[in-house]
Write a protein that binds this ligand. Structure first.
Ligand code: FA5
Length: 344
């Protein structure tokens, strides 16, 4: 029985050595140490042994069982360590690899240009105001010296909602609103960006809904030369010193005198194209000295105060600055167009 036990130990340790997975090891454990295993079998047969032999064989059986169990446990630790090693190797992260790009959105070119213009005027001390897009006939026209039946109303074909309410055709009503709201009639220096609506036929430079940025400066002794200085500074900052700028006499019922400002076309470099309608120039804004009637209607004394105002089209400014050849690109939301102007 002694030899039998020793042979069992040798055999079991051999199997432990050969086992290469947890499963194989578990099979060895069950085969040799399990209830139906050979060692249990030996112990069961101890009853047949003599009194003297019993403790000797019992001790040996326990020693053999202990040696096998220890070998199994040791091998189990080795297998687990190897498995962990394998897993770690498989899951290794190369921290030096560049990360996967996360797609992000970007500001629309129009938003960027409006913010750029705002920053420029904030730098000159203007504050940014807002006004409603659904406007009264009074502020859109009458307070700007455009009484009902005035022929100049035809310059801005309008979307009326009721007889007295319309979608604003320009941002100029914010001039009248701002001045009217100031109770102590102090000087004003504001810009107002916003959407405007006109029954214009869409083409390369016209849209039925577009953006304007209004500017208004009212103070004592404001002159046309102040307006020219501000517009010149704006244009040079926006387009660079080398772009050509011209002021043309014009007419707006709310300014006297009135001008329009043109910038040389970047799309064709002044040679003439569909964007500049073969003229080499694109009109970007209307401006002038605030009409005394407008000051008066808003409660300002025109003998004490004077001012200048302007209204510009940021879409046209963006077109000129970035060489965009059609205003409709701003509204058709072709991501390939928009992406070109996303800031990184
Ligand atoms: C006006 O709207 C005046 N309120 C501007 C003004 C303000 C004059 C203050 C004097 C004092 P006008 O209709 O010209 O003016 O439009 C001003 C600018 O808006 C134009 O120079 C142009 O840049 C832009 N604009 C006009 N119509 C359209 C259109 N349909 N699509 C895109 N931009 C337009």
């Amino acid at each position: 029985m002694k030899e039998q036990l020793q042979a069992l130990q040798t055999e079991a340790l051999e199997k432990v050595t050969q086992a290469s997975s947890r499963k194989e090891l578990q099979d060895v454990r069950v085969a040799y140490l399990g209830k139906k295993g050979p060692i249990t079998e030996v112990l069961r047969g101890m009853g047949k042994l003599s009194k003297e032999e019993r403790p000797v064989i019992g001790e040996l059986a326990n020693t053999v069982r202990g040696a096998i169990a220890e070998a199994i446990n040791h091998k189990q630790a080795v297998i687990e360590a190897a498995e962990l090693e394998k897993q770690l190797a498989a899951e290794t992260i190369d921290v030096t690899l560049p990360g996967r790009p996360v797609p992000t959105g970007g500001a629309h070119l129009l938003t960027t240009i409006v913010e750029e213009i705002e920053d420029l005027f904030i730098g000159m001390g203007f504050e940014v105001k807002e006004g409603p897009e659904v406007e009264t006939d009074y502020f859109n026209f009458e307070a700007l010296n455009l009484p009902k039946e005035h022929p100049a109303r035809d310059m801005q074909d309008s979307f009326y909602i009721t007889e007295e309410i319309l979608m604003r055709t320009h941002t100029s009503p914010v001039q009248a609103r701002t001045m009217t709201a100031i109770k102590d009639k102090r000087p004003v220096k504001m810009i107002c960006p916003g959407k405007v609506y006109r029954r214009d036929t869409d083409d390369a430079t016209h849209s039925h809904q577009f953006t304007q940025i209004e500017g208004l400066l009212v103070d004592k002794n404001v002159r046309m030369s102040d307006l020219k200085g501000v517009l010149d500074h704006f244009a040079k900052q926006m387009f660079g010193e080398d772009r050509e700028i011209r002021l043309r006499p014009s007419f707006f019922p709310f300014t006297e005198p009135s001008v329009e400002m043109d910038i040389s076309c970047k799309v064709c470099n002044g040679k003439g194209c569909s964007v500049c309608k073969k003229t080499g120039w694109i009109e970007i804004l209307g401006a002038g000295m605030v009409h005394p009637r407008v000051l008066e209607m808003a409660g300002y004394d025109p003998t004490e105060y004077s001012g200048f105002a302007f209204g510009m089209g940021p879409e046209r400014i963006a077109m000129l600055k970035y060489g965009v050849d059609d205003i409709r690109h701003f509204y058709t939301n072709d991501i390939r167009f928009l992406k070109q102007y996303h800031k990184q």
